[in-house]
Design a protein around this ligand. Sequence first.
Ligand code: RP5
Length: 160
Amino acid sequence: MASIGIIMGSQSDWPTMKKAADILDELGVEYETRIVSAHRTPDRLWDYGKTAADRGLKCIIAGAGGAAHLPGMMASKTRVPVVGVPIQTRALSGVDSLYSIVQMPRGFPVATMAIGEAGAVNAGLMAAAILATNDSALAQRLEDWRAALAASIPEVPVDD
Ligand code: RP5
């Protein structure tokens, strides 16, 4: 059974949100993916949020762009932690998405990541870190992944 839900407002968000899925694949974490739009499929959002905890989800990664209400509405419907990914938009470069997701009212937090692909990758890593608090094998894989990244960074810059 999947522990992580990756949800997004539109099919057009998938190329970004796939980066979260890719990192979870790398770390051996099971996840499910769904298109759930706050505006176009509000009933689907409601059902997903209502059943999330009972279905065993431990973290929900939610990506949306523009009037990006999905992460916040999901957080209002479930106690499962929600990690928000602001999708980079054409009109306003994703600043609209960021502001929509990050400014939650007191009481209903969304852990908001950076705009775009870096945010999606970090959302995957954040979800894995949450699971790793209760899974020592995953914790080791995450430590190894972090060490490999650190080892790949050269100490001295070179000319192109
Ligand atoms: C949002 O509207 C989605 O999250 C997406 O980022 C944006 C545009 O959606 P499409 O018109 O491409 O379906 O709800």
